[in-house]
Design a protein around this ligand. Structure first.
Ligand code: CP
Ligand code: NVA
Length: 307
């Protein structure tokens, strides 16, 4: 994984299938204790949106590697008062070893990475959530022993999580079925890219039909119907998305061994029912834990601490 040292992770397709596989192997070994790693380095967190899992899992991962974390909350740093990203990036580059940024525009993350030489990690934008997907793949691999040939059905809003999941599945030879209302399907460029990148005959299906998407799937995945920044639209979206609720009836169409994933936070009674998220097929707590293991692996390889 030497080739990942010093690189950025701006979108999931910045990683090749072999690099994703390598990261998952390292994450699994870090989780089991087979592998240990020390990174006496400093991670900055620049988050313009709320976060529980990403913020805490990155922080704990860095502490467990022996490093330090600085919370660069935009409300108390100059970037929140309009200091240009290019200037903030060039200055933080001189202090930090690595930075995770959560913001709205993907372009801002790209700009930050252009102006900072240190590795820059996309910790969620409106377009992508690559760190989430590394943890999701780790969870699927743990549950089924392998990724290739499995079918993941994502039901709901074609948002940042859906975009990254679509690309990651296609790269890893996982069939991916996305069911979303017509006007809420994943970004077209992601669908096109997923079809181009599809490995090992991964099947890409984008549909409005939730039942068709879920049929025979080993993984049923959902996320909120209104993402951060879209809260004002939440009430108008509820009736549109109702047919896409992950409930026991919809789940009954999936493979009988299917697991249920949700990146969290969840809105019970909207995109997922209480019965399903608390039910025996739910793996959401393992999935949330895996954020820490996957990101620890990511920090270790980007910082070059495993050489
Ligand atoms: N899944 C996820 O990214 O959660 P947070 O918004 O709490 O970080
Ligand atoms: N799609 C959600 C994911 C939260 C982790 C959002 O962007 O708000």
């Amino acid at each position: 994984m030497k080739q990942l040292k010093g690189r950025d992770l701006l979108g999931i397709a910045d990683l090749s299938p072999a690099e994703i596989k390598g990261l998952l192997d390292i994450a699994r070994q870090l989780k089991s204790g087979e592998l240990t790693c020390t990174a006496n380095k400093v991670l900055g967190l620049l988050f313009y949106k709320a976060s529980t899992r990403t913020r805490v899992s990155f922080s704990v991962a860095m502490y467990q590697l022996g490093g330090q974390v600085i919370d660069l909350n935009p409300s108390v740093t100059q970037v929140g008062r309009g200091e240009p990203i290019q200037d903030t990036a060039r200055v933080l580059d001189r202090y930090l070893d690595i930075l995770a940024i959560r913001t709205f525009q993907q372009e801002d993350v790209r700009l930050f990475a252009e102006y900072a030489g240190i590795p820059v990690i996309n910790a969620l934008t409106d377009l992508e959530h690559p760190c989430q997907i590394l943890a999701d793949l780790l969870t699927i691999e743990e549950c089924f022993g392998s990724l290739e040939g499995k079918t993941v059905a994502y039901v709901g809003d074609g948002n940042n999580v859906a975009n990254s999941l679509l690309l990651a599945c296609s790269l890893m030879g996982i069939n991916v079925h996305i069911a979303a209302p017509t006007d809420y399907q994943p970004n077209n460029s992601f669908v096109k890219k997923a079809k181009e990148l599809a490995n090992h005959g991964a099947e890409i299906v984008i549909t409005e039909d939730a039942i068709a998407a879920v049929k025979e799937a080993q993984v049923v995945y959902t996320d909120v119907w209104a993402s951060m920044g879209q809260e004002d639209l939440a009430s108008t979206r509820i009736p549109i998305f109702q047919p896409y609720q992950v409930n026991e009836k919809l789940l009954s169409y999936a493979d009988s061994r299917a697991i249920v994933l949700h990146c969290l936070p969840a809105h019970r009674g909207e995109e997922i029912t209480n019965e399903v998220i608390e039910g025996k097929q739910s793996r959401v707590w393992d999935q949330a834990e895996n954020r820490m293991h996957a990101q620890k692996a990511l920090l270790a390889v980007l910082l070059g601490c495993l050489e």
